[in-house]
Design a protein around this ligand. Structure first.
Ligand SMILES: [Zn+2]
Length: 410
């Protein structure tokens, strides 16, 4: 292992060393203190607000295991007379490591230009970049107003108990940078997410007399086929927001994926129950209520043709919304010009297909731009996740320049 020299890499190493996998999301405070103690030393006032467990529980499905405090960090530094407030945010939780790592997922490993570890790209690399940018900003005399750094939890299970909770409970800003995105683009929008289960009921019987039963797996196949047809229709729909060219589409598009299926008891039993889990992605022009009504309409049409179809639909609480902000917002323009200065070319201003916590800010009318340290190919949410050393430095510099311009002394 070659040595890590920059402060960004030291901070990243300490963050990766704390397992913040969610579920269950156990060690948030320990990870937050890696950043919080440095920010406090740099002159920030640092708080660790906790989301009550009953609130966190109400925002996820019953089968999601939550352990430990749902804690976040909010650090503030105020200068001069200006009332302008800029918020910098990234999330501290990561998805569980999964199998097949060739490195320890909870220990930073350096190989040439690559830094390996769970969360290196999503999202601890951004936490490290923002922490170091914020400590440099705190020692600068060039800004006026309030700089707020919020590192939040539970993004990977919907974010309503992390940044979503803070925003619902009074966290305010005039503009925000959410560092949960790509180093290659400037993000102004994202798709939202809707998840639901369809529980199809049949009638158990001995398979040698299957005409006496109702086969729930076969009935579920009809549901799956109808949802697959809906997905084909969704494939014709496009947002007005351009997509990252890496995604294979020119503009954001919606989708519907039948992701999981569970059913059957034994080979000689007509299955009495079959459940499917569905993931629907919404473009900024679609609302959750419309998308829900569309799914229910498809299922009702199916039942009108097949009265023996017996089903119920269970929607997950609404978490990440779709959103878009105008590319003309000042924070977007300042981020884009800082990006150009650091990266040496014009940025692509796009929407993301994945869900991000930025939606909770946009929903409150706070202009938000997203960027980050990630690239397609960094094994995000997979084994051997990594980040490029230069990308952490670049993102940190972009954040610093944008903040200095937004909070410029009059
Ligand atoms: Zn993320």
């Amino acid at each position: 292992m070659s040595h890590t020299d920059s402060l960004e890499e030291v901070v990243l190493g300490e963050l990766i060393g704390v397992d913040t996998s969610v579920p269950p999301g156990r060690n948030y405070l320990e990870a937050l203190k890696v950043a919080g103690e440095r920010l406090e030393a740099a002159g920030f006032r640092v708080d660790y607000p906790v989301t009550p467990m009953n609130v966190a529980r109400s925002r996820v499905r019953e089968n999601v295991v939550l352990e430990g405090e749902r804690v976040n960090m909010v650090a503030r530094i105020l200068r001069g007379e200006s009332k302008r407030r800029l918020l910098l945010n990234a999330h501290i939780d990561v998805v569980p490591p999964g199998p097949n790592w060739s490195h320890d997922p909870f220990k930073l490993s350096v190989e040439g230009e690559k830094l390996f570890g769970r969360g290196a790209s999503d999202n601890k690399g951004s936490v490290a970049a923002i922490t170091t940018a914020a400590t440099r900003l705190a020692s600068s005399t060039d800004f006026e107003g309030e700089l707020i750094v919020a590192f939040t939890c539970d993004e990977e299970i919907g974010g309503r108990s992390g940044l979503g909770y803070l925003v619902e409970n009074g966290l305010k800003a005039d503009a925000a940078i959410v560092g949960d995105g790509s180093i290659r683009t400037v993000g102004i929008a994202a798709n939202g997410c809707m998840r639901f289960d369809v529980r199809v009921r049949g009638q158990a019987a001995h398979s040698s007399r299957n005409w006496l039963g109702v086969n729930a797996v076969e009935k579920a196949a009809l549901v799956i086929d109808a949802l697959a047809q809906l997905n084909r229709r969704l494939g014709e729909r496009r947002s007005s927001v351009p997509a990252d060219p890496d995604s294979g589409v020119d503009y954001l598009r919606p989708s519907l994926t039948v992701a999981m299926i569970r059913g059957g008891v034994k080979e000689n039993v007509v299955p009495p129950l079959c459940e499917i889990t569905v993931d629907r992605r919404l473009i900024p022009e679609e609302t959750w209520e419309e998308a829900k009504a569309e799914v229910l309409g498809v299922l009702e049409a199916l039942k009108s043709k097949d009265p023996k179809l017996d089903y119920e639909v269970d929607f997950e609480p609404q978490n990440h919304f779709s959103y878009k902000v105008s590319p003309n917002e000042e924070i977007v323009q300042l981020y884009a010009s800082s990006w150009s200065r650091v990266m040496g070319r014009e940025p692509l201003i796009v929407g993301g297909l994945g869900c991000v916590d930025a939606c909770y800010l946009a929903a409150k009318g706070i202009p938000v731009v997203t960027g980050g340290v990630s690239r397609t190919g960094n094994n995000v949410h997979a084994n051997d996740e990594f980040v490029l050393r230069s990308d952490i430095k670049s993102f940190s510099k972009i954040v610093e320049l944008t903040a200095l311009n937004y909070l410029k002394r009059a």
